[in-house]
Design a protein. Structure first.
Length: 237
């Protein structure tokens, strides 16, 4: 990782356009890091936040923080592609809706059409997965897809380096739902028991919204509690 190389890629993009799309997860470390790097160099940054459940209080807190800190950024919220697919198949008790299959590429195209912005910035890193490593290595500089009009400034970073940048610049602390030692990105995954337990402990109102949207998440919590009780009894015996 070379910070100057990363910043130069952002500066190079700013010579082409003054408005960009940034796919922003709200409370994720890569998004927090990228927005801080980009803000000094662009006239407008449209942050696209893809939600699984709309208007969760704890996510809005992070969004409002970013909008206040960076006057040249604004958030645009849209359902996550997994939201459409979960609704289509009735995952977690959701009421089935006949949606077509969605993916990140389709959402990117939709946002570009709505905003008239040509370039998108994403926080993909090579160490996220083998597929991302192969994709990023296919670009001449590992960061820029001229054909797709996409920039990946953090391509050569790792998770610890992102966290170190956030701490050094005294930015808001990324949110972790589960193991505090886990530095990987975490989203609002309604299939993740750690996410559900965190909401139950810290934001009961958010949990109610999640259960209303995906009713079977309440059953998941009940089953988890039951399994923990059985585990305690077994340990006592």
């Amino acid at each position: 990782m070379d910070l100057s190389v990363t910043l130069n890629s952002i500066k190079a993009l700013s010579t082409k356009v003054d408005r960009v799309i940034l796919f922003h997860s709200g409370a994720g470390k890569d998004s927090i890091c990228l927005l801080n790097m980009m803000a000094p160099h662009l006239k407008e940054i449209v942050c696209v936040f893809m939600y699984m459940v709309k208007d969760l209080e704890h996510m809005n807190r992070y969004i409002h923080w970013a909008e206040k800190k960076y006057p040249n950024c604004r958030f645009m919220q849209t359902p996550h592609y997994a939201y459409y697919n979960n609704k289509k198949h009735g995952v977690n008790g959701a009421e089935k809706v006949k949606y077509s299959e969605w993916n990140l590429s389709k959402i990117n195209d939709k946002v570009k059409e709505q905003t008239g912005i040509e370039w998108s910035v994403l926080g993909f890193k090579k160490n996220d997965s083998l597929n991302r490593r192969l994709m990023l290595n296919s670009y001449p500089d590992s960061m820029t897809s001229e054909a797709g009009q996409k920039l990946y400034p953090l391509a050569d970073w790792n998770n610890k380096q992102v966290i170190a940048y956030i701490k050094k610049n005294r930015l808001i602390e990324p949110l972790k739902y589960g193991n505090t030692g886990n530095t990987r990105s975490q989203g609002n995954d309604v299939n993740d028991i750690s996410f559900l337990l965190w909401c139950r402990k810290n934001y009961a109102g958010d949990l109610r919204k999640i259960i209303e949207e995906f009713p079977d998440t309440e059953r998941k919590l009940f089953e988890y509690d039951h399994s923990q009780k059985l585990k305690q009894h077994a340990e006592q015996d």
